[in-house]
Structure formats: structure tokens, C-alpha cells
Design a protein around this ligand. Structure first.
Ligand code: NI
Length: 398
């Protein structure tokens, strides 16, 4: 069957490319994916899928559809995210974004197209499937404050689902390579927002003001010391300061406040808890020393993406059979984040990458770049991997 799936994926290449280019030309931001959702619904209806629900989080974005196999059995979910980014595209291609300032610069256009390709294969082999396929077209993966996966889980998309898989096209790897990792894969993403309150004054007379920039400077340096001394060298974690704002008027004014924002990326909850506590302690200490007060908000945006071992090994074996072991490789830890983690907190899941890079075709810009593009030759690989995983998992668990 895997051989047949691979052949079908190859024969659907043009359709997958056409769909991807359509989505690429008509990108929509997080929670605004109305036209994208309509196009997906129309395509799924044409393939004979039962549309379970359209619209999530009080919007018209996102769709869940189902296909019952010829035999009863368990339920496999496959997920694609569908949102674009607030970015002006700089690629000169016929299917360039028609929406000013909005671009599919992370490849979610290709995710939607590849999942529709897999949907077509699964519909084709439906009579032989032992179980149910649930397709999740997820809005708002890029929405830090309101992740689509979280909302979809809250609205019940995983009810009755036994296992989930999904992919991300991955520019750093050559087109068509499958990249997997068991256990922790992508980091948890936290954000922190700090305001240090001092007392402004004349730059010539600091003794009658309270200079918050001294506390800020101590915090920047001591946070890195804290990471180096309090997080084991065996762990992987990073803390960065992304914003420091102190005054913006005259050279001789000591500012009243300093604002600082940053991010923390970790893989294990114990480390995440420790860094949050130590960040607060570091800020408290520096502010006490500098006679400042402060306000600190710490937000946990996305949990770490943790792949289930057995599910990942089944995915790996399936991909090796489909594409040869030489095209399947283990990934290092990825410090980026992915809201697929919300599905994996509920049920076992395997998230993986499909290489999409190809410098010869100009596909060598990083994700979220105005010149980001993917090698469309990767699509049959992603399509076959998704459909192949669903088929194999249902066969092994019937
Ligand atoms: Ni992405």
C-alpha cells in the first residue's frame, strides 16, 4: 500500500502545487483565514469528506473534516496550519501575494496544500482503511497570544481521536528530506515584560534621582549569569532580552522608567519553572540594590513540542519505507516553537519536518523572511508521509 500511496502522491503533484500557489497568492493573517477556509471546505467536499465543523474561536477560520474507512477502527488526526504573516513579499513569482503586507512566509500555504493532497489519497483508498481520518486545518499558528491549536482543543477537535501527526516544511533542510525527533523536539516559548520604576531627574545630579538604567544594566548581565550558573550544562535553554527602552528625549535626562521584554525557551517544565523563578529573583535583587520598584509579567505562550516515542518511531519507519533510510534523519533540538504542542498535551503525537530548501531554485531564505520560498518538489514527499503515516498507524492499531 505504501508504494501505491507514493505513486498517488507523485501523480497529485500538479494539483498540490496549484492549491499551494492559490493559498500563496491569497494569504490571510491569524484568525482571518476565511477565504482559505472556504477553499479548503470546497476541496474537501469534492473529495467526499464529511465537514464536522467550520469556524473556531468565534471566527470563520479553520475546518475539521472526517472520512470513515471501509472498516471500523480507531481515529487518526492529521493537522495543517493555514495562516500567513504580516510581511510584504519580495519574491517575484506569478503567484506572488495579492494581499499587501501579508505573506505566506512560513510555508503554511504548503501545509494546507499537502494535507489536501493526503486527503485525496486517503479518500482514494478509503475502502481499505481500518478506522477514521480526521483532518484539522488550523488557524492562527502564528498568533502568540491566542494560538489556534489551543482554541481548537478547547472546542473539542480531539474528541474521539487516538493519535495525531502534522508536518512543517523546513527551509534549512534540502527538499524532500524527512526530519524527525522522538521526545522533546521544539522548545516552549515564554515571554517576559518588565517595567523598572526609578525617579527621573537631571543627568548632572544623579544623587537626587533614582536611575533605573543601572538596575536594567545589572539585570541584563545577571540574567545571563543566572542561565549559565543555575541551569545545568546538560540542559538546553536560552533567555534573550529583545527590548530595552529608556528615555528618548534629551541626553541630560535620567529616565523615570526602563521597559524590558525578552523571551525564554526551554524543553522541560522543571527548567521552565526554575528560569521563571530565577528571573524574578534576579530582577528583585537588582531593583532592591538600585532602589527601584518594578512590575514583571511572565507569560507562557507555547508549551514544548514533545513527540511520543512509539508514534514517532512508526512515522520514521513508514518514511524510511517510502523514501529510503538515507532520506530520513534525526533532528537536533529546535529552539523555535510550534503550537502543535497543545494537541500533544492531550494525545500522543508525532510532529515532523519535510525539507523545503533548494539554493539552486532560490529557496534559501529563512522562515519569516520576505523572500522565503519552498521547493515544490518536496510536496509529494509531505503528501505521501502524511497519508502513509495515517494508513500505517491504522493498520498497526486495528
Ligand atoms: Ni510555521
Amino acid at each position: 500500500m505504501l508504494e501505491r500511496i507514493k505513486k498517488l502522491a507523485a501523480s497529485y503533484r500538479e494539483e498540490t502545487v496549484t492549491l499551494r500557489r492559490h493559498f500563496h497568492a491569497h494569504p490571510e493573517l491569524s484568525w482571518e483565514e476565511t477565504a482559505t477556509t472556504e477553499k479548503i471546505v470546497e476541496t474537501l467536499k469534492g473529495l467526499g469528506y464529511h465537514i464536522v465543523k467550520v469556524g473556531f474561536g468565534g471566527t470563520k477560520s479553520g475546518v475539521v473534516a472526517e472520512l470513515k474507512g471501509g472498516h471500523g477502527g480507531k481515529c487518526v488526526a492529521l493537522r495543517a496550519d493555514i495562516d500567513a504573516l504580516p510581511l510584504q513579499e519580495e519574491n517575484d513569482v506569478p503567484y506572488k501575494s495579492k494581499a499587501g503586507g501579508v505573506m505566506h512566509a512560513c510555508g503554511h500555504d504548503s501545509h494546507a496544500a499537502m494535507l489536501l493532497g493526503a486527503a485525496k489519497i486517503l479518500a482514494e483508498i478509503k475502502d481499505e482503511l481500518h478506522g477514521t481520518i480526521r483532518l484539522i486545518f488550523q488557524p492562527a499558528e502564528e498568533s502568540g497570544l491566542r494560538p489556534g491549536a489551543k482554541i481548537m482543543v478547547e472546542e473539542g477537535v480531539l474528541e474521539g481521536v487516538d493519535v495525531i501527526s502534522g508536518l512543517h516544511i523546513w527551509a534549512p533542510e534540502p527538499a524532500g528530506k524527512i526530519v524527525y525527533r522522538s521526545g522533546p523536539f521544539m522548545a516552549a516559548a515564554d515571554g517576559w515584560y518588565l517595567t523598572i520604576q526609578g525617579k527621573g531627574g537631571h543627568g548632572s545630579a544623579p544623587e537626587i534621582s533614582v536611575d533605573p538604567t543601572i538596575a536594567a544594566a545589572n539585570i541584563v548581565l545577571n540574567l545571563q549569569a543566572m542561565m549559565a550558573r543555575e541551569v545545568s550544562a546538560r540542559e538546553t535553554a536560552v533567555l534573550s532580552v529583545g527590548v530595552i527602552k529608556a528615555g528618548d528625549t534629551a541626553f541630560n535626562i535620567i529616565p523615570d522608567t526602563v521597559k524590558m521584554n525578552g523571551t525564554v525557551r526551554t524543553f522541560r517544565p522543571e527548567i521552565q519553572d526554575h528560569v521563571e523563578e530565577a528571573l524574578r529573583r534576579t530582577v528583585e535583587g537588582a531593583c532592591a540594590m538600585g532602589r527601584c520598584t518594578f512590575n514583571l509579567e511572565y507569560k507562557r505562550f507555547l508549551p514544548a513540542t514533545i513527540n511520543d516515542h512509539d508514534t514517532t518511531m512508526l512515522l520514521k519507519a513508514t518514511c524510511e519505507e517510502l523514501f529510503g533510510a538515507e532520506n530520513v534523519e534525526e533532528s537536533p533540538l529546535i529552539m523555535g516553537s510550534e503550537d502543535f504542542s497543545y494537541f500533544q498535551r492531550e494525545i500522543p503525537g508525532a510532529f515532523f519536518f519535510v525539507g523545503g530548501g533548494n539554493p539552486e531554485k532560490g529557496c534559501n531564505s529563512p522562515h519569516h523572511h520576505p523572500k522565503f520560498s519552498v521547493d515544490e518538489d518536496a510536496f509529494p514527499v509531505g503528501v505521501a508521509a502524511l497519508a502513509g503515516f495515517a494508513w500505517t498507524w491504522l493498520e498497526k492499531n486495528k
